[in-house]
Ligand binder design. Sequence first.
Ligand code: SR1
Ligand code: MG
Length: 402
Amino acid sequence: AQQSVVNQYAPFTTQTVMEFVKTLSIFDHPNKLIVKEIGDGNLNLVFQLVELETNRSIIVKQALPYAKVVGESWPLSLNRAKIESESLRMTARVVPNLVPHVLHTDHELACTVMEDLSDHHILRTELISNQHYPLLAQHIGYYVAQTSFATSDFALHPFVKKELVQKFTNPDLCKITEDLVFTDPFFDHPTNDFPHELRHAVETIWADEDLLTEVGLLKFQFLTHAEALLHGDLHTGSIFVTEQSTKVIDPEFAFFGPIGFDLGQFFANIILNTLSKLATTDRQAIVSDLLRAMEQTWITFAQEFTKLWDESNHEIYTNVPGILPRFLLKVWTDAIGFAGCEIIRRTIGLAHVADLDTIEDFHIQIEIKERALQLGADLIKSRTHLYSLGHFIQRIKGALRS
Ligand code: SR1
Ligand code: MG
């Protein structure tokens, strides 16, 4: 590879990102590029570069040394760019069709050059406008099963696993989750963001000691259960879709944690979208599709994980029949608890979701947010009793009815 003309970290401008890309021999006509900054996320710069002659395009994603959504007062390590590109390469080994293809990585400049997925749509926006993606659930269940099994102690030599745990130690980004998902929304903290009309419902959460006990326990699981390499931020804004294709993007929060966390975040964001449909008429069919999507995600995950378990011959305990069901039950229970935390934090914490915030009628928005808070708390507290998919779906249906 040619030496970069830009070789010391500075946030890219449209000019410098073009200079950088010219050094990479990706395009045949690098002098005729159109560059746009298209990032709408909370943390990074994202540039799209299109070659005029051929219409070929790529994405350059660069980490900023602070959280863009808050500003320079919230410094963040640039190492997350390395974590993201390493995680994309790692997951591509088992699910090459479900992640964007990485073309180049520059650790010094904290950036990743990757395939442009502009022919795909962001899942969150699609769900808000009632689009249905029939392959989504199978793809996500398969993604989580394959990536988690391959990086777990069930598949890896313990030395290799521990090396990977070190490589994917991601303190700054984990701290964001520890604070924004598991801590701040459950206390009167300045990062929280909710209208005063919700205050009574929020104070009910803060005063609920049983709930705080369970959230505290879930937080310690997140901190200590290094089961497998997670995506770490698997909400519906981290998923790109077309009719046929699903791409999981943005794994900068990747680290070794409890497998149920990725599933729980995905479930929570589907549930938040489902709740938002209460603001629409004629919602029956959409809601059934969303509930089925969650069921299908779990069923695919459990089937694929079981297949990998049965085929594996590395860890002797995979041959002891009682272990897999117990392990899957742990993942399931964790997923429900983590989903509850994610539902609550997306309703009253720092980072909201458009699914709820774009509900036009303010009174309906408040009513739905109250239901979201109650459902989140209920899932957290009753997670060990919701043994089956059926129990879980009934709880959600209850929240939609009450
Ligand atoms: C300061 S970052 C806020 C949120 O955006 C990311 O996508 C994560 O979900 C994080 O919690
Ligand atoms: Mg993100």
